[in-house]
Structures are given as structure tokens and as C-alpha cells.
Ligand binder design. Structure first.
Ligand code: ADP
Ligand code: MG
Length: 696
């Protein structure tokens, strides 16, 4: 990789963004494309043709030969099918062509993507539609066009379409609220900065672990002598191999116009983090997908493997993702930034109240948006927030909310509010609000940080939930306040009422404390411990109402999403269990038997020449016993797998995997890990934790 220090020169060089557009599009075409991007107006065919041609010429100049519609089906990863620009001429030569039609619409065969029963395979046709609000870019010689993915009958088959819808919805509702404060605002966008955690390990070790290859995490492994107890990895100096990886990753991402900003070592050995500068939610979503992909690619070039799984190793922390979220107007005002005048403070408090009410009423949706087999290992395990959704707002803001709530009659409230605005609510210093790392949903001065996401997650779903629930609350507030005769009084009454009703969701204490679990239960907060506990709530009445009211999903689409996620959960655990059995039968048990034979042979040899073999005999007996126990556990696991309910019965199957199969897997692993400690390093069939976590 080139050591090119001129970042401003190559930043965004692989993106058909502002600069490329201005350079290559005729003025009028540029203007109408910008209008489409800003206001969502449809793009006419003629304009599309001109844009497509310019994009193609630009892509060719960067060495691209193919194009692909790049979309995010329900698998959670991105999908692409590459077509070349080649078009044959009569004389046997070729030219490179790309039409507006090809830019705007694509028709990948959709039959093999999960659809949760939405679309029978015989009507597999789905289409992708260009999302001009996210820039096209070049990756591996292909022009990638970010698109949304729908079926021909109009059902949404991806993660992007609902996200775009939810962004429109929250924009409309937020603009209504701003109007009440005398502000004419065209568009409010949600902004997101997603911090990404990951592990890097040596490729040679990875290749020797079937569990990492098939499942992304280790299914066996005894505790190494050293874990993260010394806290010496967090923010520690970065080893040269990793530094080289990080430098190249930055370079690749900068070329793609991704503003990577911060990099550091995380808590667990081999664990690292990258944070970009925030941007509009749909761009942030695309960029996070690209970041994860690029992390894997660049790691490979450095003979490393990037593990994005939520829990690659037992005994040390797993990886998550933080979704920093805020609202910003087209004039650049951050709506979650406390203001310095009474009126801007009142506006801030109203948006804050909407978030508080939304999070309280739709705790289950936020929990669902972070539910997966992988993330179940983290949530509530003292390394990530508990599975209970609560909000941290900090002591200062809490005191303000308390004083608002305490006001008894409206004059009092009014007085409180005004004095709140003038004196007690100065700009809240950011540093004072971000001390609590245990809260799932923390106010951090001018944004909220949702910390429950797993590291592999596509952030679209979480942001669909956030945007929609806050839009709903803003809508209710606007309905009420638009009718009010005295706006100021109505506003204060509303804030006071809602804070009172929803303050149970606010918790500024230690989220890792067992006492909080009990306290949360007293407060009536939901504790959806596992994915099979959480997912069934997707189709609760209130949630169906929410999504259909705002036209984010139809009822059928929600049901299908629930089915897809339940099935994904069951399949994931099924693969893990099968991988365990494979490793046990083909590697671990044979290794135990072979090692035992070595000891027995040694015993016989010793006896032959008259030396006592008590030590060997004792070891051989212990090994025999443990290996027999392991075989029993393996058979129990096998039996459990034979009795799995039909996967079609989504909920029942997921519950069975979550309750029965996982337990059998844990019992099996426990014995195998003890055996690992009884067997010589060179006779164990795979690299151990100590070796993997402390590579050089
Ligand atoms: P920490 O590690 O303490 O959580 P960082 O500073 O590493 O904090 O990350 C904060 C993240 O929040 C960054 O990605 C940053 O760009 C993002 N962020 C800052 N302001 C906003 C905002 N208004 N909207 C969304 N994200 C934001
Ligand atoms: Mg963070």
C-alpha cells in the first residue's frame, strides 16, 4: 500500500460525490439531481441517462469495468451482482455503456434471500431502486450503486427502504414541531456516528479453528492464564502489525469518503475500535457496512483475520457497536443541543421529552433491534448494558426534569420552566454527562448513544426503530400543541405530564448491578433476556399500529421480519451445535484418545524396564474418565438436535434452541475445556486461547 500522506487529495476519490458530480455533470442536470437528493423529487429519464453516462465515464477513469446495485437484504450483509459495462458492436468490437435505466432500476433474482414467507420462490422477482441520497462508489473495480430492494408486489425486502421511510417520517413530524416555535424548516435529518469494535487475530490460528471458520466464534477454549484483568490493553500502545492494518484501513475508507476519526485498542486482548465522524443516517448505515467489509479485506492483506462476532472468545469482553444519534435541521441546528435562551431550551426539552416517552413506550422495539444469537452472549453479561432498556440523562439534566415535574400548577410550572431556561440549564458540558458506560441509552451532551448493538449488526434496524418511535411522539405532541390556545402554557403542561408518566425509564446508576435488575422489575420495565424472549413482541398490537400508522412496514412485513429473525437465530445455533459435534468427533475426541495412548505406551515401556508407572496410570485413568464423559455430553447434544421442532414453527423452534440446545452446548464445552488443560500443547488439535490472543 502506498504511503500517501496527502489525505485531502485522495479523500473521497473513489466516490461519485459532490466534487465528481460538479465536475462531470452539466449545470442543469446537477441541479435537478441535487433537488432529488434534497427533496426526494423523482428523477426524470433524461436526467438519469446523463447522470449514468457521467458516472460510467468517471468509473472507467478509475479503472472500473463493472457496475452493481449494492443493497442490504434481510441477511444483514450487503449484496451485489456485478454486470460489466461491455456492449458488443456489429463489427465485433465492444463499447462501454451504462444507461439511466440501468442506474435507476435493477432486477436481481430475489429467490434466495430470506423473506419470511413474503414471497414464494416462483414469484421471485424483486427489484432494486437507486437511492440517490447515498453516493455511488468504486470497490474492487465495480461501480457500486446504493439501492433499496423491493418485491414486484411492492413489499419491502431490505433494510434500507424502511430506513429511508422512517427518515422522512421523523423529518415531517420534527418540522411540525419546529413550526410551533416559529421556525420554517424544510428537512430534519437524523445523524448517526457508529463506533465499531472488532478483534484481529493471526490468519494461521484462524485457519486451524473450524469454529471460527463456520461460526465466527470459538466454541471451545479453556481460560488462558491472562485475560483482561490488568486492563493493560485498553488504550494501550498499538502493536506494529495492527498499526499497519489500521493505517491501511483508514486510507481505504478515506478513499471511499468515510470520515474515520478515532482508533484505539479496546478492553480485551486483540480487540480494537474505530469511530467515524457522524453523518446522515442512511449514509452512516452504508458506510458502516462498507467499513465492516473493508476491515475484513484489509486484515486479510496483513495475514490477519478480522472477527466481527459479538463474542469470539469466552472470558474476555465481546464486541459491540455504539449508535450515536441526533436530529439536525437543514440549517445545521442540532435539536438535541441544549440552548442558551428560554425558548431554545423549551424546544430542546420538548425533543428530549419525546425521546424519553418513545424509549419508555417502545422499550421492546429497541431491544428487538439488537436481538441476535451472538449479541445474547453480551447483553447483561457485565461487559455490555443489560437486556433492560433504560436511559441515562446525567445528574444535571435529571435535576432539571425533577424540578419541572415538581411544579404543581401551571403558573408554577411556567415559572420553573422560565427559570430553567434562563439560569439552571446552561450549555451542559459534554464531559460531565458521559461518565456512565453501563447505560444502554445515554444522553451525551448533544446526542444519544445507544450502546446495545452487537458488532456485526446492520445499524439500519435500530435507526428505523429510533426514528419511528420519536416521530410518533413528536406527532402526538404536534397534534396537541397545534390546537393549544396558549402555546407556552400548553407546552409546559405537556412536558411536565410526560416526564411524570415516563420518568421510570431514566436510570443514572450502575446498569451492571444486580440490584438494578430488581429495581427495574419494580418499575415495570421489560427485561427481555434473550432473542426468543424479545422477538415475539415485534407483532404486539401497539407496534403494528406504530409502523402501519407511519407507513414504515405493513403488518405482513413486520410478521415476515419477525419470522426471518427467529429463523436466523435457530439456524445460527444449529450451525454452532453441528460445528461442535464435528470438532468433537473428528478432532477433539480422537486427540484425547491418541494422547491417552501415548501415556499408556509410556506406562508400558516404563513397566517393562521395571520403573513405577503410577503417575501415567493415574493420568490415563483420569483422561479415560473425562473422555467418556465428553462422549456422553456429545451424545446428549446430538439427541437434543434430533428433537428440534420444525423451523417453520419460528417461535417454538427458537425457544427450543435457546433453552435446550444452548444448555447442552455449554455442558459439552465445559468438559472439553477441562480436557484441553489435561493434554500437552502439541497434542491438542487447535490453537488455544493463550496462543490466539497473544500473537505477535
Ligand atoms: P465515546 O468513545 O466516548 O463514546 P467518541 O467521541 O469516540 O465517543 O464517539 C462519539 C461518536 O458520536 C462519533 O462517531 C461522533 O462523530 C458521533 N457524534 C458526535 N456528534 C453527533 C451528532 N450530533 N449526531 C450523531 N453522532 C454524533
Ligand atoms: Mg461510545
Amino acid at each position: 500500500m502506498s504511503e500517501n500522506n496527502n489525505v485531502p487529495e485522495y479523500f473521497g476519490s473513489m466516490v461519485f460525490g459532490e466534487t465528481a458530480m460538479k465536475e462531470r455533470l452539466p449545470k442543469d442536470v446537477y441541479k435537478s439531481l441535487k433537488k432529488t437528493i434534497k427533496e426526494g423529487t423523482p428523477l426524470d429519464q433524461h436526467i438519469a441517462n446523463v447522470v449514468a453516462n457521467a458516472m460510467k465515464d468517471w468509473a472507467l477513469s478509475k479503472g472500473a469495468t463493472h457496475f452493481t446495485h449494492w443493497f442490504q437484504p434481510m441477511t444483514g450483509i450487503t449484496a451485489e451482482k456485478h454486470d460489466s459495462f461491455i456492449s458488443p458492436c456489429q463489427d465485433g468490437t465492444v463499447i462501454m455503456e451504462f444507461s439511466g435505466k440501468e442506474l435507476v432500476k435493477g432486477e436481481p433474482d430475489a429467490s434466495s434471500f430470506p423473506s419470511g414467507g413474503l414471497r414464494a420462490t416462483f414469484e421471485a422477482r424483486g427489484y432494486t431502486a437507486w437511492d440517490p441520497t447515498s453516493y455511488a462508489f468504486i470497490k474492487d473495480g465495480s461501480l457500486c450503486i446504493p439501492t433499496a430492494f423491493c418485491s414486484y408486489t411492492g413489499q419491502v425486502l431490505d433494510k434500507k427502504t424502511p430506513l429511508l421511510r422512517s427518515m422522512d417520517t421523523i423529518s415531517n413530524q420534527a418540522c411540525r414541531i419546529l413550526k410551533l416555535f416559529g421556525k420554517e424548516c424544510k428537512r430534519v435529518t437524523t445523524t448517526v456516528g457508529s463506533e465499531q469494535e472488532y478483534f484481529l487475530i493471526d490468519k494461521q490460528d484462524y485457519k486451524k479453528r473450524k469454529d471460527l471458520i463456520f461460526t465466527g466464534r470459538t466454541l471451545f477454549g479453556a481460560k488462558p492464564p491472562k485475560g483482561q484483568e490488568l486492563d493493560d490493553h485498553y488504550f494501550g500502545s498499538i502493536r506494529p502489525r495492527v498499526m499497519a492494518f489500521m493505517r491501511e484501513l483508514d486510507e481505504e475508507l478515506w478513499k471511499l469518503g468515510i470520515l474515520t476519526k478515532t482508533k484505539h485498542n479496546e478492553v480485551a486482548p486483540c480487540q480494537h475500535e474505530m469511530a467515524p465522524i457522524f453523518t446522515t443516517t442512511n449514509i452512516a448505515t452504508d458506510q458502516n457496512q462498507l467499513t465492516m467489509e473493508m476491515m475484513k479485506k484489509v486484515a486479510d492483506r496483513h495475514n490477519l483475520v478480522c472477527l466481527l462476532h459479538e463474542k469470539p472468545f469466552e472470558y474476555v469482553n465481546g464486541s459491540g457497536k455504539h449508535n450515536n444519534w441526533s436530529l439536525s435541521t437543514n440549517t445545521g441546528e442540532n435539536l438535541l443541543e441544549p440552548g442558551s435562551t428560554p425558548s431554545s431550551n423549551a424546544q430542546f426539552l420538548l425533543f428530549l421529552t419525546a425521546v424519553i416517552k418513545g424509549v419508555d413506550e417502545y422499550q421492546d422495539l429497541l431491544r428487538i433491534s439488537v436481538a441476535s444469537a451472538g449479541n445474547d452472549h453480551r447483553l447483561g453479561a457485565n461487559e455490555a448494558p443489560p437486556a433492560i432498556v433504560s436511559m441515562f440523562v446525567g445528574d444535571e439534566l435529571s435535576a432539571i426534569l425533577d424540578s419541572i415535574e415538581a411544579g404543581t400548577d401551571y403558573t408554577d410550572v411556567k415559572k420553573t420552566m422560565m427559570s430553567v431556561g434562563v439560569s439552571t440549564l446552561p450549555r451542559i458540558p459534554k464531559d460531565n454527562t458521559d461518565r456512565n458506560r453501563t447505560s444502554p441509552f445515554a444522553f451525551t451532551g448533544n446526542k444519544f448513544e445507544f450502546r446495545m448493538l452487537g458488532s456485526t449488526f446492520n445499524i439500519a434496524c435500530t435507526n428505523v426503530m429510533l426514528n419511528t418511535i420519536v416521530a410518533e411522539e413528536l406527532c402526538q405532541f404536534a397534534d396537541e400543541l397545534e390546537k393549544a390556545e396558549d402555546f407556552d402554557t400548553a407546552l409546559m403542561m405537556l412536558i411536565q405530564r410526560e416526564i411524570k408518566a415516563h420518568k421510570r425509564i431514566i436510570f443514572n446508576g450502575n446498569g451492571y448491578d444486580q440490584k438494578w435488575v430488581e429495581e427495574a422489575e419494580k418499575r415495570g420495565l421489560m427485561n427481555l433476556k434473550t432473542t426468543p424472549d424479545a422477538l415475539p413482541h415485534y407483532t404486539d398490537d401497539k407496534n403494528l399500529k406504530l409502523f402501519t400508522k407511519h407507513k414504515i412496514y405493513t403488518e405482513i412485513e413486520i410478521a415476515s421480519r419477525k419470522e426471518i429473525l427467529l429463523e436466523e437465530y435457530s439456524k445460527t445455533i444449529n450451525i454452532e451445535a453441528l460445528t461442535m459435534l464435528d470438532m468433537l468427533k473428528k478432532d477433539i475426541i480422537p486427540a484425547c484418545i491418541a494422547y491417552n495412548k501415548k501415556i499408556v505406551d509410556a506406562a508400558i515401556a516404563k513397566k517393562e524396564i521395571g520403573i513405577s508407572a503410577d503417575l501415567e496410570i493415574e493420568q490415563a485413568e483420569q483422561l479415560s474418565e473425562k473422555t467418556a464423559l465428553l462422549c456422553q455430553r456429545q451424545q446428549a447434544l446430538e439427541k437434543a438436535l434430533n428433537n428440534v421442532p420444525d423451523l417453520e414453527q419460528g417461535e417454538a423452534a427458537a425457544k427450543y434452541f435457546g433453552n435446550v440446545v444452548i444448555e447442552k452446548m455449554e455442558q459439552t464445552r465445559a468438559v472439553a475445556d477441562e480436557l484441553e488443560m489435561m493434554i500437552a500443547q502439541n497434542d491438542w488439535p487447535m490453537p488455544t486461547y493463550g496462543k490466539i490472543l497473544y500473537y505477535v
